[in-house]
Design a protein around this ligand. Structure first.
Ligand code: GRF
Length: 217
């Protein structure tokens, strides 16, 4: 099967992007990272992508009058690179409902909480403040409503006594780096079906009644 052409959208550090690039460097991986786009020209992740010889584009959102104009430029770049799947990885711009609908079922995001808990920002501080004992991350399909959409995969990590925000964030980040490449592998490999709010993961034999891959690792 031809490898799916993937664009990763970032705004900053790009460590999840790095994990996806690393996974896609394996010959058996069903996706190739064909483009990395940042809305911030100074994003650290752009340099990392370049160092891996991945095509990059900076589309500074401040240069556009509206979200639609920014997205029109983004769409041009995606089309030129023949992109089939988009992964948001620390991309800090809200996408319009029109754009999201256009990419329905082909647009993933990673969020640093066990959704639907702690949507939005500052998830680790809020998890600590709430006193939860288990925290984690989720890869989900993007829908117009922020941090919602069918969940593909989640990973849970313990909250330890005395954790501060940074310690908890690092533990969650390590889990993010495990599940995002796995989720993209499933999507690019054609193993995912969206049924309402649920994502059904097909087994390797194509029997979608029984998932062979645990969504919680
Ligand atoms: C990650 O925690 C991700 O879940 C969130 O933003 C952070 C991005 O980190 N959406 P990085 O740029 O991938 O290192």
């Amino acid at each position: 099967m031809a490898r799916k052409r993937v664009a990763i959208l970032i705004s900053g550090r790009g460590s999840n992007m790095g994990a996806l690039i690393e996974a896609a460097s394996s010959r058996n991986y069903p996706a190739e990272i064909a483009l990395v786009v940042s809305n911030r020209p100074a994003a650290q992740g752009l340099e990392l992508a370049k160092s891996k010889s991945i095509a990059t584009a900076a589309i500074d959102h401040l240069s556009y009058k509206s979200r639609e104009e920014f997205e029109a430029e983004l769409t041009k770049k995606l089309a030129a690179a023949k992109i089939e799947i988009i992964c948001l990885a620390g991309f800090m711009r809200v996408l319009t409902a029109g754009f999201v609908k256009e990419w329905e079922g082909r647009l993933l995001n990673i969020h640093p909480s066990l959704l639907p808990a702690f949507k939005g920002i500052d998830t680790h501080v809020r998890a600590l403040d709430a006193g939860v004992k288990v925290h984690g991350c989720s890869v989900h399909f993007v829908v117009p409503e922020l941090d919602s959409g069918p969940i593909v995969m989640q990973a849970a990590v313990p909250v330890m006594e005395g954790d501060d925000e940074e310690e908890l964030a690092m533990r969650v980040l390590a889990a993010e780096h495990r599940i995002y490449p796995e989720a993209l592998r499933l999507l690019a490999g054609g193993k995912l079906t969206i049924e309402g709010e649920r994502v059904v993961i097909a087994g390797v034999d194509g029997d979608s009644d029984r998932a062979l891959v645990s969504p919680m690792i």
